[in-house]
Design a protein around this ligand. Sequence first.
Ligand code: APR
Ligand code: PHB
Length: 388
Amino acid sequence: MRTQVAIIGGGPAGLILAQQLHVAGIDSVVLERRSRAYVEERIRAGVLEQGTVSLLQRIGAAERLNAEGLPHHGVSLACDGETFRIDLQAVAGKPLTVYGQTELTRDLNAILATRDQPVFEAEDVALHDIATDEPYVTYRKDGQEVRLDCDFIAGCDGAHGVSHKMIPQDLRKTFERIYPFGWLGLLADVPPCSHELIYSNHPRGFALASMRSTQRSRYYVQVSLDEKLEDWPDDRIWDELAIRLGPKAAAGMTRGPSLEKSIAPLRSYVAEPMRHGRLFLAGDAAHIVPPTGAKGLNLAASDAYYLCEAIVGFYRNGSQTGLDGYSAQALSRVWKAVRFSWWFTQLMHRFPGDDGFAHRVQVAELDYLSRSRAAQTAMAENYVGLPY
Ligand code: APR
Ligand code: PHB
């Protein structure tokens, strides 16, 4: 088999890239290890930047997003019983859109299915000759070995994929911060307690009230890394949310059985460069951000955007310039989101072992943020998403 771009991984990065390339008249094959049912059931993020929404609109993947996405014009931050709202629309000129990554994945899969893509349950995907002009990928599908020749390989296979491992160790530099806590998430089919998101810094730890729709809520509480899911029956999570989010949110909260519960550790991670020869990494394959600020999915989209532009430049003008600049261009935006999600994580969580200094700095910063339009602008510009 032959294609122009072999895309490894059918998460948001791979699916958005495939659709963008298609719109530009470039052929690709998406190889996804899991089944369609598995990827479409996976519960993931749910807040889209305007840049992500516009990109999805341009590539014809926003029909349901336009109809069902919930525009959010503001966000609330709470600390020790005090809450203030940042008017995102007023200070940054853009809203955010609440729309589940799960829904986005379904929409893109439905579009790609009309071209018999992605190839699901592609096993043992392996990359070959990436440092030459004739790279290829091998995999197994229904017991058959397949060889896929291509011009480029896009490694969109997330943090646990095979692509990032192909960049030689001595050419790679990695950067990491591990945070001493995780997020316990709960999804339930109940109306949200607030029509906007609430991020709360509470003596018992961080909590977040979010949503997927007007009838589906998504909540998180900060937990220590040794917590076990078995020790968190639904009632305990609801009780904890009611305390940490405060009386007003608690009064508006509807409890219901969890559809999904999970604990995820928080970390920041970047591997540089995002390119080796004909292999280009995009999304979680190259970087991880803590969920505070919801940047992961949006970075997958911006990487896909830059990569597509570079590939289009190559086919249209025979120019290598975009390809050569891809890693630096993508990383410049990635590091700003790494910076923002690290800052927002530090601001909103309780750090074990703090002697009170870190928390007083948080209180001072939140007080400043609540009063200073300049500070709110800096926060909101990053939160709604920096321009591409
Ligand atoms: N071969 C083929 N596919 C693979 C392989 C492999 N060896 N390894 C992983 N995959 C697939 C995974 O099953 C997954 O569907 O690659 C896909 C990677 O998707 P994501 O993990 O969603 O990563 P990405 O597309 O970069 O999107 C990042 O998704 O995980 C969230 O929080 C993250 O919001 C962020 C966004
Ligand atoms: C979510 O709804 O899953 C979500 C929202 C905002 C975040 C992180 C996660 O900062």
